[in-house]
Design a binder for this molecule. Structure first.
Ligand code: 13P
Ligand code: SF4
Length: 307
């Protein structure tokens, strides 16, 4: 641990704070976190937290979700500019207009969306539970899935349930292409390809496993393989290398770069994390009405996830 990391840990204890970090955070942040996980795991941890303060090292929609499921706790995001291209691809006003024209649709929102969008939806899902959630929607309902067309397409393949798909995507995952992943496969022909469902169909089809970031850890742990190509954001490799030090993890490249960094996730730094703990800012603030409206579909997801 560095001096800065020691300072963060000491202040976190003094303030009775919990640091939650997404799998895409950089290594130094993952090392000081109380819990590192995927969107689903982080939502459960936020819900059960008894701390006075939650510092969420991830992106805005994740910190908002933490606030919605635990509204009496102060939730901080070290950099408020940590957004998400996928969440941005579905503005609440556009979804509201679409739903007005198609009021019969049952709307499932992938958790990567704003609180305002969540408030317009019937149930939320993450990449870790999407199949399970969609399978529980009454059969007589026509479904609209927002905002990720790739994850939605993957869920259709898994559930065989037709859905209308919002045409949004994650700029990081769609930069991994059949060509870029084929090049790395040629270098490591025996390494299974482990892919996030936000990647497009051509990449998913050439993969050995398609799953959420948390399930990637379990897959790589239980597989007999010693090398893996990881087709998702680069922070995931820190988590895998820490938890499974005996195996080798190779970053899935994009057409431009040897690994894929999410520019939003990478806005969080140790310095900003310390400043957030010291000043208790920037805080996630929402009206009680918005919290109330967005909470119902998230709680439905957390309940359905246990079934
Ligand atoms: P996970 O829930 O699988 O961690 O995914 C979150 C995300 O933002 C993927 O880009
Ligand atoms: Fe959003 Fe993509 Fe970054 Fe995940 S990796 S937070 S989906 S922009």
């Amino acid at each position: 641990m560095t001096a800065l990391q020691d300072q963060i840990i000491a202040l976190k204890k003094k303030k009775n704070a919990t640091i939650l970090a997404h799998n895409y955070q950089n290594r130094e942040i993952q090392e000081v976190a109380d819990f590192v996980g995927d969107s689903l795991g982080l939502a459960y941890k936020a819900q059960e937290s008894k701390s006075d303060l939650i510092v969420f090292c991830g992106v805005h929609f994740m910190a908002e979700t933490a606030k919605i499921v635990n509204p009496q706790t102060k939730v901080l995001l070290p950099d408020l500019k940590a957004g998400c291209s996928l969440a941005d691809s579905c503005p609440a006003s556009a979804l509201a207009a679409y739903k007005k024209l198609h009021p019969h649709l049952y709307t499932v929102a992938y958790i990567n969306c704003s609180a305002e969008v969540k408030a317009l939806c019937d149930v939320i899902c993450t990449s870790g539970n999407a199949e399970r959630i969609v399978n529980q929607i009454p059969q007589d309902r026509e479904i609209l899935f927002v905002p990720d067309q790739n994850l939605g397409e993957w869920v259709i393949e898994k559930t065989k349930r037709p859905m209308k798909l919002w045409q949004g995507n994650c700029y990081v995952h769609i930069e991994m292409t059949h060509e870029s992943i084929s090049k790395i496969r040629a270098q490591y022909p025996n390494a299974p390809i482990v892919t996030h469902p936000e990647c497009d169909r051509a990449v998913r089809l050439m993969s050995d496993e398609v799953c959420s970031t948390e399930k990637m850890v379990h897959y790589c742990q239980s597989s007999p393989a010693k090398q893996f190509i990881i087709a998702t954001e680069s922070g995931m490799l820190h988590r895998l290398r820490r938890e499974i030090p005996t195996k080798e993890f190779i970053a899935g490249p994009t057409d431009r770069c040897n690994c894929a960094d999410c520019r939003y996730m990478k806005l969080n730094t140790l310095e900003k994390l310390l400043a957030a703990l010291e000043t208790e800012k920037p805080e996630i603030l929402m009206t009680p009405e918005l919290i109330e409206k967005a909470r119902a579909p998230i709680e439905r997801m957390l309940e359905w996830s246990k079934n």
